[in-house]
Design a protein. Sequence first.
Length: 281
Amino acid sequence: MNYKIRLTVFKALELFPRKVADFLYLKIQSLFGNANVARNFVSGQNGIDKCKETISALGWDRMDAIIEIGSGWYPATPLLLVKEFANCQVYTYDINSFYSAKSIQQSNAHMGIESKGLIPEIHYYPNTDLTKCSFPDFTNQEVMVYSKFVLEHIPNDVIKGIHENIIDKIGTHKVFHWISPSDHRFFTDASLSIYDFLKFSETEWLKNHTKFDYHNRTRLPEYVEIFKSVGYTIETLKYNQPNEKVFEQFRQSKVDERFKHFTAEENLAGSIVLALTYTKK
Ligand SMILES: C[S@@+](CC[C@H](N)C(=O)[O-])C[C@H]1O[C@@H](n2cnc3c(N)ncnc32)[C@H](O)[C@@H]1O
């Protein structure tokens, strides 16, 4: 969908009460193929595959508890994590409440599970502020924090606050994050480039997106800095780079002050994979 039409629709949605707006947003997403059960499982499996590939190389073969940040609309990732990590419990947190009886049932059916509700290994915490919440007792358990395509939608100070809270309450743990730092409007509007949003000042960018498509525009070195500043060790850092033609177009284009001090490689780093460890002293 053309980003201008999309923006107009999202701005109109912001005028509705939150519950109605969320319902209409999900309807629109389903209409354009972004929110359906099969698609969520394909995307969920991509995340699991990326995670397995990354953590196997680090020898992380046992997980007792996984904390998912950003549950989304379907419990696809938790179901796949339970299947992948034997005897693992998944605790999935979201600032919103998006799971529905229907999305849970459809996801279970997709996995061949007859139960209508969430299976006992999945613990859902909607409407939860991860910068403040408490966690179950994970003493003597291998804990991994997991997120896919979530951190780019959270302001930097909140990302920092979430990890500080996890460090404070849980202590030693591991982390896997998969981040999509590109301009997401590009995925539905081919007239834009993957870095189009870097041309806007902060004020202009606020006018060009809504809470439904909030993107922090955080660049690779800023993510690295956030995690180092709270005490993580970076075990793996991987990212994609576009082809030379995109680099050349980027060098010719306007970039806002906020991004000028980053190299083209840092500004264009896409699909960031981070594996981190925190060890309590
Ligand atoms: C783009 S969706 C990704 C959902 C899921 N991880 C996936 O890959 O399908 C981003 C999710 O992050 C959630 N989210 C945004 N800010 C958050 C925060 N501060 N804490 C927890 N979840 C948050 C949103 O409500 C939404 O469900």
